[in-house]
Ligand binder design. Structure first.
Ligand code: SAM
Length: 386
């Protein structure tokens, strides 16, 4: 079999949709930054594609190719690599090419397998716990070999859960320009890196992300990691959410455990910038706890612990309601189960532009009056609420 017959034969396997998985490796030039490419079949919007996962020294990139274009890609790949290992429905194929493209072809019949076209085969995890991710290795969630460290499994779950929310928000993000994203109170920035990895590296979207935090050393460390990972569209800035006026328009705002009213500051800015998507997991809550006064609730509020929890729940309900009143569809969802952290409510809001009804406004006013609440967020968004 010669070089072009070999490529033709492999192409036929692909066109017959028999691919289970394959790896193309052994770069022809030793210095190549691209080490190998993995192939797997996936279904996108109902049509069969082959996903190419380009494994560079430090970064992974994905490209989904419709079958009509896969021949060109295969030719390209064999110009760069000399080895192919593939599993098809009932055959395993190993191809080794010499420098002059002499073909060594080995094929072995196997038991018949079924093709799995699910985008993510290990359900519940958009990140595969068996696969090394450069950003997770760098953040110490995975070992250098790419295994999730035992003591970091909760963090891994949390990152995955967050990525699920990002994934669900994709339809609300603009498609025809750079998507602008801000993470307020980004701290050690596990989620900022995860967000970048998912949207830029996995989905190939045109994004620009900024993480903002008060802590200079943490920001310096995150900037260094982003540089090392060659995450060119991810920056970290030292600053206070309340004084951050560098933007006129932002598409997505995220916050995770930004303390007390820092969450409200972030929400207010998101609304003013017309963010399409807001994902916010609040943290400790003191503001309403200080204000709460409601005689019919005294039986509850006389107990400090109940008052604190009630204040936190009421605060998040008020936040969601304010977002609903200013044109969002806001929901309170479980972020991660209670056993990991009690701070587990996520505010998810998508901009719809819907105007509130008089009844909705009256319901909000009655609730805040009943609690003697004067919410920071209400004050910040006064002009949007009238
Ligand atoms: C509990 S940490 C969470 C960090 C990160 N989002 C995470 O989940 O790993 C809260 C972060 O919010 C930052 N923060 C609090 N108030 C802030 C403000 N007004 N402006 C900027 N950052 C703030 C703190 O410095 C801290 O790093």
């Amino acid at each position: 079999m010669d070089f072009s017959e070999m490529k033709q034969l492999l192409l036929e396997y692909l066109l017959k949709e028999e691919l289970i998985s394959a790896t193309i490796s052994q770069p022809r030039t030793k210095s190549s930054d691209l080490k190998r490419v993995k192939l797997k079949p996936i279904k996108l919007k109902g049509s069969y594609h082959v996903q190419l996962e380009y494994q560079f020294e430090r970064v992974l990139k994905h490209e989904n190719i419709p079958l009509s274009l896969i021949g060109n890609h295969l030719n390209n790949l064999f110009e760069q690599f000399r080895q192919f290992q593939g599993e098809f429905i009932s055959e395993k194929v190993h191809v080794q090419l010499s420098k002059k493209n002499k073909v060594l072809w080995k094929a072995e019949k196997t038991e018949k397998k079924t093709v799995n076209l699910a985008h993510n085969r290990k359900k519940n995890y958009l990140l595969d716990p068996e696969q090394p991710y450069p950003f997770l290795i760098r953040l110490g969630v995975q070992s250098p070999e790419g295994k999730v460290k035992k003591q970091k499994y909760d963090k891994f779950k949390q990152i995955n859960r967050f990525i699920e929310f990002i994934h669900d928000s994709l339809d609300y993000l603009p498609k025809n320009r750079t998507i602008r994203i801000l993470d307020f109170g980004s701290g050690k920035s596990y989620l900022t890196f995860a967000l970048y990895h998912y949207l830029k590296v996995e989905q190939g979207l045109d994004i620009r992300v900024t993480g903002l935090d008060l802590k200079k050393e943490v920001i310096e460390e995150c900037s260094k990691i982003a540089k090392d990972l060659q995450y060119g569209q991810l920056e970290f800035l030292v600053g206070d959410i309340n004084n951050y006026n560098n933007e006129t328009s932002v598409d997505m705002v995220v916050t995770l455990h930004a303390c007390d009213v820092a969450t409200d500051m972030a929400l207010a800015r998101a609304v003013k910038w017309g963010a399409r998507v807001i994902l916010s997991v609040p943290c400790c809550q003191h503001e309403l706890n200080r204000q709460l006064q409601s005689t019919p609730l005294d039986i509850m509020l006389q107990h400090g612990i109940i008052k604190e929890r009630f204040a936190a729940l009421a605060t998040d309900s008020i936040r969601a309601e304010i977002l609903n009143l200013v044109g969002y569809d806001a929901q309170l969802l479980e972020f991660i189960d209670m056993e990991h952290t009690p701070k587990n409510i996520l505010i998810r809001a998508y901009y719809t532009g819907k105007k509130p009804t008089i009844v909705q406004k009256a319901r909000y006013n009655a609730f805040t009056e009943f609690l003697s609440a004067k919410p920071f967020l209400e004050n910040e968004l006064k002009e949007y609420l009238d």
